[in-house]
Design a protein around this ligand. Structure first.
Ligand SMILES: Nc1nc2c(ncn2[C@@H]2O[C@H](COP(=O)(O)OP(=O)(O)OP(=O)(O)O)[C@@H](O)[C@H]2O)c(=O)[nH]1
Length: 530
C-alpha cells in the first residue's frame, strides 16, 4: 500500500554514525536514574483534565487557535483523518496521489492497496488505569525575569502546578515509581494486514525492497506534485512576497553597483536568511551582473539557486533502522512548536504504510497533551502509552521502550514536555530521558527530532544550539511555515547547523506534513514557479 510513500520520506537501514547523539548516554545504574514515576493522583479521565497554561509562541498562525484546545476540538481535528482505508490513495495525503512518490507505476500500487487493505479495523481497547486526577498545586511559582525571557523571544507562563509537579516528582522514592501496569495503555485492534510481525524483514508492499535503489527512477505525476508545490507556495507567500517586493523595489532602474549589493545583503539578512546565504547571493550576483541592469527576477533566480545549494545537503529522508525494533524517535522542542501534532502526523504516515507504531505521552506536564496524543493514537491505529500528570517522563520512556519491544513495534515515538531552553531542571530531565533510553539500547534514541516553529524567527537558531547539546538532536522538522513571513529562517538554520531537515509542517491537519524538498522550498521562497 503506502510503503512507496514511506520510501520517499523515510529510508531504512543503519544510520550514519555522525548523526548519532553526541555523548548523551551515560552509564549510571538505571535504578539510580529513574525518578519516581507516579504521584498520588491517578490518571485523568478526559473530563477531569485541566489544561495547564501554555507558552505563547508569539506571532504564529496558530496563535488564533488555543493551544490547549478542548478535547472536542482535538477530536474534531483528528476526526478529519482516517489513516487506513480500502484505497491506497486515502492513505496518502489528499494532495498526493500514489503516482506522486516516483517509485513504481500506478498499477503496482493498486495491487499493493488490495493486498494491504485492513478492512474493518476498529479502535483497540483501552485499558484505563486512571480514574481521575487533580494535581496538587503549590503556592509558589517560579520567577523568571522578563528580560531573560524576552531575550529568548518567548513568553513563558509556567504554571505553579507544573512547577509543583516537577518538585513532587523529584521527592518520590524509587519504590513509588509507577510500574507499566499503572500506565494507560491502549492497543488498536489486531490487524495483521496493516502491521504484521516484521521482525526479520519489514513487510514491504509488492515491488519494494529495503535497499535504496528502486526509489529514484520512476516518473512523477506532475499534477499531484504541483498541487503540493502550490500549497507550499501559498504557505510561504508572506515570506516570498515580502522578500521579492523589497528586491523589486531595490532594483528599479538601478545598475548593479556596490551600494545595491550592500542593500541587497542587508535585505536578505533582515529576511532571516542568514549572513552566509546573503553573501552567497550577492557574490554570485556580482560575479554575473556587476555594472549591468538587473531586474528583481534576475535576483530571485540567483537567490533560489543559492538557497537550493544550501538546502540540498540537509534535505534528507528520515532514516529508520527497523532492525532495532523499535526504532525510537524522541521528539523535543520548545512549548507549542508542534511536537504532539507532528507526532500524530508521523504516526499516520508510518502506520498507514503498514508499520506498527507506538506513541508515548512523555509530555507529563500538560494534561491536554496526553489526551491530544491519545486521540492521535486512536485515529492512526497506533499503540499508546501514557502515565500520570506530573509523573517522571524518563520512567515513562523506559517503560514505553520495554512495552514497544514486547509488542514488537517497529517505531516508538516519544513526546516530551515543551520546555524553554533556559529551564535548567526541565532540560536536565530531557537529558535523563536520553540516558535512560540508552540503558536499554546504547543507540537509543535512534532519532532525536526537534520541532521548530518557523514563526519564531531567529530564536529558532539558539533553540537548535541548546537542544542539540542537551538531547543530541540529529534531525529537524520545521512547523508553521504556512502564513509566516519568517520562512527564511530555515535557510539560516540549515547553513549554520547542517542538521537534516526531514519534514516541514504547513498546517494543523494530518496531511500538512511533507518531506522537505530543497528545490521546491528555494523556489517557493523566491516566489518562482517550479
Ligand atoms: N498553522 C500551523 N499550526 C500548527 C502546525 N503544527 C502544529 N500546529 C499547531 O500548533 C499548536 C501547538 O502544537 P502542539 O503539537 O500542541 O505543540 P507542542 O510542541 O506539542 O506543545 P507543548 O505540548 O506545549 O510542548 C497547535 O494548535 C497545533 O495545531 C503547522 O505546521 N501549522
Amino acid at each position: 500500500m503506502a510503503f512507496n510513500f514511506i520510501k520517499k520520506v523515510f529510508t531504512f537501514g543503519p544510520k550514519p554514525e555522525e548523526e548519532h547523539a553526541p555523548g548523551a548516554v551515560e552509564t549510571k545504574a538505571l535504578e539510580t536514574e529513574l525518578e519516581p514515576h507516579s504521584r498520588e493522583e491517578n490518571l485523568p479521565v478526559a473530563a477531569d483534565l485541566v489544561p495547564a497554561e501554555e507558552v505563547d509562541t508569539a506571532g504564529g498562525p496558530a496563535d488564533d487557535v488555543a493551544e490547549d484546545a478542548s478535547i472536542e476540538e482535538l477530536a474534531e481535528q483528528a476526526e478529519a483523518f482516517t489513516p487506513v482505508e480500502d484505497d491506497v490513495s486515502e492513505v496518502l495525503p489528499p494532495e498526493m496521489h500514489v503516482g506522486d512518490v516516483g517509485l513504481v507505476p500506478l498499477s503496482l500500487l493498486e495491487d499493493e492497496a488490495e493486498l494491504d487493505t485492513p478492512a474493518g479495523s476498529t479502535l483497540g481497547e483501552t485499558v484505563p488505569v486512571a480514574p481521575s486526577l487533580q494535581p496538587e498545586i503549590g503556592d509558589e511559582a517560579e520567577d523568571d525575569s522578563v528580560a531573560e525571557l524576552a531575550s529568548l523571544g518567548e513568553t513563558e507562563e509556567t504554571s505553579a502546578a507544573e512547577l509543583t509537579a516537577e518538585a513532587d516528582v523529584e521527592q518520590q522514592p524509587i519504590a513509588d515509581r509507577a510500574s507499566p501496569t499503572e500506565h494507560e495503555v491502549s492497543t488498536p485492534a489486531e490487524d495483521d494486514s496493516v502491521s504484521g510481525d516484521i521482525s526479520a524483514t519489514p513487510v514491504l508492499p509488492k515491488g519494494f525492497a529495503t535497499g535504496p535503489a528502486a526509489s529514484e527512477s520512476a516518473p512523477l505525476v506532475p499534477a499531484s506534485r504541483l498541487s503540493w508545490f502550490q500549497r507550499l507556495r501559498a504557505g510561504l507567500a508572506r515570506t516570498s512576497s515580502q522578500l521579492t517586493g523589497q528586491i523589486a523595489a531595490l532594483f528599479t532602474k538601478r545598475k548593479l553597483d556596490d551600494d545595491t549589493l550592500q542593500d541587497l545583503e542587508d535585505l536578505l539578512i533582515q529576511a532571516d536568511l542568514g549572513v552566509e546565504t546573503a553573501m552567497r547571493v550577492t557574490d554570485t550576483l556580482a560575479s554575473e551582473r556587476y555594472g549591468k541592469d538587473v531586474t528583481g527576477e534576475d535576483v530571485s533566480r540567483i537567490m533560489a539557486s543559492e538557497i537550493a545549494k544550501v538546502l540540498k545537503p540537509v534535505a534528507k529522508p528520515l532514516q529508520l533502522d527497523l532492525t532495532h525494533k523499535p526504532h525510537v524517535i524522541l521528539v523535543v522542542g520548545v512549548n507549542g512548536t508542534g511536537k504532539t501534532t507532528t507526532i500524530g502526523k508521523l504516526a499516520a504516515k508510518l502506520s498507514g504504510a503498514g508499520l506498527k507504531v507506538m506513541v508515548a505521552a512523555g509530555d507529563t506536564f500538560r494534561a491536554a497533551a496526553i489526551e491530544q496524543l491519545k486521540i492521535w493514537a486512536d485515529r492512526t491505529k497506533s499503540e499508546f502509552i501514557g502515565t500520570k500528570l506530573g509523573a517522571d517522563a524518563a520512567g515513562l520512556a523506559y517503560d514505553a521502550f520495554e512495552q514497544a519491544k514486547a509488542k514488537k513495534c517497529d517505531v516508538l515515538i516519544i513526546d516530551t514536555a515543551g520546555r524553554l531552553q533556559n529551564k535548567a531542571e526541565l532540560m536536565a530531565e530531557l537529558e535523563k530521558i536520553v540516558r535512560v533510553l540508552g540503558k536499554l539500547d546504547p543507540d537509543a534514541p535512534h532519532t532525536v527530532l526537534q520541532t521548530l516553529d518557523a514563526t519564531t524567527g531567529q530564536n529558532a537558531l539558539s533553540q537548535v544550539e541548546i537542544f542539540r547539546n542537551v538531547a543530541g538532536v540529529n534531525g529537524l522538522i520545521m512547523t508553521k511555515l504556512d502564513g509566516t513571513a519568517r520562512g527564511g529562517i530555515l535557510v539560516a538554520i540549515s547553513a549554520k547547523h547542517k542538521l537534516p531537515v526531514y519534514f516541514i509542517g504547513v498546517g494543523e491537519g494530518v496531511d500538512d506534513l511533507e518531506p522537505f524538498e530543497a528545490e521546491d522550498f528555494a523556489h517557493a521562497i523566491a516566489g518562482l514557479g517550479q
